[in-house]
Design a protein around this ligand. Structure first.
Ligand SMILES: Nc1ncnc2c1ncn2[C@@H]1O[C@H](COP(=O)(O)OP(=O)(O)OP(=O)(O)O)[C@@H](O)[C@H]1O
Ligand SMILES: [Mg+2]
Length: 482
């Protein structure tokens, strides 16, 4: 799937983009420069990375750096990092040797757009150059639109105004126009599927299909059929042929949810499809090319699974190119009120109710609670509150039977008179237990007259004789009867 057709954007002319080309092999430089110039790019080239840095600082219109990773004075990644300090919008493509994918992934984490393994496949490189320049242009747009995003609380149906969610919106805009595999991590109910859809909507594939598959919901034996399809007669019940989801998502986006639950045999098959862009339906000996952009999601820690040997390392590197982490709701509580109101309107409509007020203590409880089920839990709670409310108000009493019962501030604060009674009773119980119900001794400890203490004990509904019994020995055989 890496070798899909380059994304076309007729509104953008990149013909004159300036590229800095760095490789310590003069032959590679010559061939590459010639090809790039034929495509209309302006090329500045050098075999010396230190010289490259000087060229970069004096040519502020360089938009793309194409560099070898292994060079003597400075590695490609180091060169890129120094250039990024000068211009954070620079895009970089790094050449890596076959089998050094870990270095390539490291470079991408440090800010490179992509990598190409040597010997260079020119067609692949040209597609990546186009994509990198498109991203460069988009970054500029994102920068221009940042001001707009500031006040925006709804991004393709994803609600949020917290800095963490604004950063998610920005990442969506950045990755959407590329064909790079995105892996979305996050707890249940944080909106991973919503984000996958938003990436599709903002991509050049938005007119194509968006197909979602939950790998955890399909039995291991049926997943292969679901993903790749089958031909008629492939197995006993295969009376007709069936397209798999890879074929259904052709020219669109395939969202593989819960990818961490995939059995190891399927992981190997998925890796092969990602690498070749080809699928083979069950029972068929013909392969089919597919042009699919892949987005995966998981709640699991894939890195830890790789360490434990339950997730393939090579597949991990293939899908972990651009990780996008969804923050749990407890880390962005400023989003709760707008999410609440977002879910309130459809709930009122659905249940044909009118609610105009909400108790302040309810809001307080919503903010104090830790939301293990994240946004989905909030959505369900809104439905519950609307369904159980009587009048025009969402009252805090409605929370009594929910996990939020302990989170509204007034519930633990009792009137002083009541609190004093509870405290005194507990004190008297301790005192009587300690003195084994001996009132004279208890009065001495409490600093009270015997008669006054007796009255106080009675007032609190306690019986001193009950405490006299305590301290007697109990047969271990009677333990069970207690
Ligand atoms: N920021 C948000 N704005 C509006 N709705 C949201 C937001 N986040 C989640 N939701 C809603 O919450 C519900 C759960 O979202 P989604 O299915 O995307 O979560 P998920 O992370 O994929 O969960 P799971 O891991 O359980 O599959 C959906 O109904 C979705 O519409
Ligand atoms: Mg999901």
């Amino acid at each position: 799937m890496q070798k899909t057709k380059a994304t076309q954007n007729p509104g953008v002319s990149r013909a004159k983009a300036k590229i800095l080309l760095v490789d310590d092999d003069q032959n590679i430089i010559e061939v590459m420069k010639m090809r790039l110039e034929l495509l209309g790019y302006q090329v500045i080239e050098t075999t010396d990375p230190v010289d490259a840095l000087k060229l970069f600082s004096t040519n502020s219109d360089i938009e793309l750096l194409i560099t070898d990773q292994r060079m003597e004075k400075l590695s490609g990644k180091e060169l890129m990092e120094k250039c990024l300090e000068i211009n954070p919008y620079l895009q970089t493509i790094i050449f890596t040797a076959y089998g050094t994918i870990d270095q390539a992934v490291e470079a991408i984490r440090a800010g490179a757009f992509s990598y190409v393994t040597k010997p260079v496949d020119h067609q692949e490189l040209e597609i990546k150059i186009e994509q990198a320049l498109e991203k460069r242009m988009l970054l500029r747009k994102v920068h221009d639109f940042e001001g707009l995003l500031e006040g925006q609380h709804d991004f393709a149906g994803i609600i949020g105004k917290s800095p963490k969610m604004r950063s998610v919106f920005k990442q969506i805009l950045q990755v959407a126009p590329t064909d790079i595999t995105v892996s979305i991590f996050g707890e249940s109910g944080t909106g991973k599927e919503l984000v996958a859809r938003a990436i599709h909507l903002h991509s050049n594939r938005s007119k194509g299909p968006f197909v979602a598959v939950n790998c955890a919901a399909i039995p291991e034996t049926m997943l292969e059929d679901e993903l790749f399809g089958h031909v008629r007669g492939a197995f006993t019940s295969a009376v007709t042929s069936k397209n798999g989801v890879f074929a259904s998502a052709d020219r669109g986006t395939l969202f593989l949810d819960e990818v961490g639950e995939m059995a190891e045999s399927m992981q190997a098959k998925l890796l092969r499809v990602i690498e070749t862009g080809e699928v083979k339906p069950l029972g068929s000996d013909r392969i089919r090319k597919v042009d699919v952009r892949l987005i995966v999601a998981t709640k699991r820690d894939l890195k830890e699974m790789v360490t434990k040997g339950t997730f393939r390392e090579d597949l991990f590197y293939r899908i972990h190119v651009v990780p996008l982490i969804m923050p749990p709701l407890r880390e962005r509580k400023e989003d709760i009120p707008i999410l609440f109101s977002h879910f309130l309107a459809p709930a009122l409509k659905k249940m044909n109710k009118q609610i105009n007020w909400i108790d302040e203590d309810v809001i307080e409880a919503l903010k104090r609670y830790h939301w293990p089920g994240n946004v989905r839990e909030l959505e369900n709670l809104v439905d519950f509150l609307v369904a159980t409310s009587q009048g025009e108000v969402i009252d805090k009493d409605l929370l009594a039977s929910t996990p939020l019962a302990d989170f509204y501030s007034t519930c633990t604060i009792k009137p002083l008179k009541e609190a004093r009674f509870v405290f005194t009773k507990k004190y008297l119980e301790d005192l009587l237990r300690f003195t084994r119900g001996n009132i004279s001794a208890a009065a001495k400890y409490a600093g009270y007259y015997r008669a006054d203490l007796y009255k106080l004990i009675e007032k609190h509904g306690l019986n001193p004789s009950e405490f006299r019994k305590k301290g007697r020995k109990i047969s271990t055989a009677d333990l069970k009867t207690l």
